[in-house]
Design a binder for this molecule. Structure first.
Ligand code: SF4
Length: 293
């Protein structure tokens, strides 16, 4: 039987704590804004500064140009993306005489240094992460290319040698790390693990799962190219709650909330908070709803 708005009661909206921009994203955006306000023009970023197409478009409207090849930069400022790059790109930029602003998140920098050290000390290095993610490519380059990238334990070769070192893409889930560590521990006699998942990722994942367990539908807002957003989607789905990934409020459909009593919202580390408040407003436009703690 179809329920009218009046008999359904208000829809409860739960917004996860720690949704939206993390420290590293805020830092790289601040550095880009400072460069745009400075004298060393043009201002370019090496790769998209963060994985959010809408924020990148706003920066481009303010004058930032995204380049993918460091050789193109011959003047002005180049801001290095929050995901970091390999040493060769930094060398090329320094040689070309441009001003380099390093937007690499310090947590990513830590993973790069641990990877390099493990290879220097003779460990067979496993980088737990997505094969094509720029952060992972940068970490592998810091390890002089001597790394195996594993997205799951199934990606690990049979032969790994006796001394294995592990670092992790900063936005991976702890479950994936544990699975790979458990497999590695069965095949070597020495295992060194640097858990480089960042605190912002852990906070966002825990908060998203806590909300997803309490609601009828979970919305995760963020770029489709954002690894940390995709992981939030997977973790929310893992609770058994129906979960939708939207990039912006334009993808929200009023049908979704027609017969719900509660909805949860979270957002990836590269999603601006206005995307959350826009979505809350869109829900309130079609249902009587209140945000609850
Ligand atoms: S998710 Fe973590 S590692 Fe990535 S930019 Fe944010 S704080 Fe840095």
């Amino acid at each position: 039987m179809h329920q009218s708005n009046s008999d359904r009661g208000p829809l409860n909206i739960l917004v996860a704590d720690a949704a939206g921009f993390c420290f590293g994203v805020e830092r790289s955006l601040r550095l880009a804004q400072e460069a745009l306000a400075g004298q060393a023009r043009p201002v370019r970023s090496l790769g998209p500064l963060i994985h959010n197409p809408q924020v990148i478009q706003e920066l481009q409207e303010q004058g930032l140009t995204v380049i993918n090849d460091p050789k193109i930069a011959d003047s002005g400022t180049v801001v290095v993306r929050s995901h970091g790059v390999g040493p060769s790109a930094i060398e090329q930029l320094n040689e070309s005489g441009v001003e380099v602003t390093d937007g690499t998140c310090p947590f990513v920098g830590k993973a790069q240094r641990h990877a390099a050290r493990l290879v220097d000390e003779g460990y067979k290095l496993i980088v737990v992460g997505e094969h094509d993610h720029p952060e992972v490519r940068g970490i592998v380059e810091h390890a002089r290319g001597q790394a195996i990238v594993a997205e799951s334990a199934d990606d690990m070769p049979e032969e790994l040698g006796d001394r294995i070192g592990i670092v992790v893409q900063t936005t991976q889930s702890s479950n994936t790390l544990q699975e790979i560590v458990a497999r590695a521990a069965t095949v070597c006699s020495e295992l060194r693990v640097f858990n480089t998942i960042c605190s912002a990722t852990i906070e966002r994942q825990e908060a998203a799962v806590a909300v997803a367990k309490k609601v009828d539908l979970m919305l995760v807002i963020g770029g489709r190219n954002s690894g940390n957003t995709r992981r939030l989607v997977q973790l929310c789905e893992g609770t058994g709650t129906d979960t939708r990934h939207i990039e912006t409020v334009d993808e929200f459909s009023p049908d979704w909330v027609e017969s719900l009593s509660s909805i949860g919202i979270t957002a990836g580390a590269s999603t601006p908070l206005y995307a959350v408040s826009d979505t809350v407003s869109a829900i309130k436009d079609v249902r009587s709803a209140k945000v609850v703690e």
